[in-house]
Ligand binder design. Structure first.
Ligand SMILES: [Fe+2]
Length: 200
């Protein structure tokens, strides 16, 4: 567990903890977290550090680099690198909240909604809700059960992500567009990465 705030994220994590301490609705709390992201991804120290973050190997999935996990509120701060043209499956984040800010590169983001009544856990008919190209500085707020996919453009992308809990420890829905099949899987694994030792 990464419970010690790394030096370059200390101010940001203090702000996150203050928001978790307040009696806010989830919706309001995560809107305020989203509002903190533009300043975070403009941080020259963070951007310099990102140049040495490790990329996943050939054939591996993009890695959620785990920079911090809060010991009290369980939220995590991740960095995520996608190589050119790498994308995610169509998926949701189950009951969790996510804010993702694009620091480098361009991505194509697609949002879907269920066009069926949701009565079958293993089947879904999806309708495309929105489809857009996002550039550095773009912040996505992903509430529970929102269905989406992202794909990197011609260059690699780097995102900073705050999640209400770490992926890999609960089942997420994966949607198979051709067959309509829905499967559950634990989602992306987390890879602890010490930003402080990477700096020194
Ligand atoms: Fe996602």
């Amino acid at each position: 567990m990464e419970s010690k705030a790394p030096h370059i994220l200390r101010g940001f994590i203090d702000e996150l903890r203050a928001l978790f301490k307040q009696p806010l609705s989830d919706d309001e709390r995560w809107r305020r977290i989203a509002a903190l992201m533009p300043a975070l991804i403009e941080s020259p120290e963070l951007r310099a550090s990102a140049r040495s973050w490790p990329e996943h190997g050939p054939g591996e999935m993009p890695r959620n680099l785990l920079f911090y996990e809060d010991p009290d509120y369980r939220f995590v701060v991740n960095g995520l690198i996608k190589k050119p043209h790498e994308g995610t499956p169509v998926h949701d984040h189950a009951h969790t909240w996510t804010v993702s800010a694009l620091m480098e590169g361009e991505e194509h983001v697609t949002l879907y909604r269920r066009a069926d009544d949701g009565s079958r856990p293993d089947f879904a008919r999806l309708e495309k809700l929105a489809d857009h190209e996002v550039r550095p500085g773009h912040v996505d707020l992903i509430p529970p059960y929102v269905i989406h996919e992202e794909r990197a453009g011609d260059c690699r992308t780097i995102s900073m992500i705050v999640r209400s809990e770490k992926t890999g420890s609960f089942p997420q829905n994966m949607f198979h567009m051709v067959t309509g099949k829905v499967t559950q899987s634990p989602g992306a694994a987390q890879f602890p990465y010490d930003l402080d030792s990477a700096q020194s």
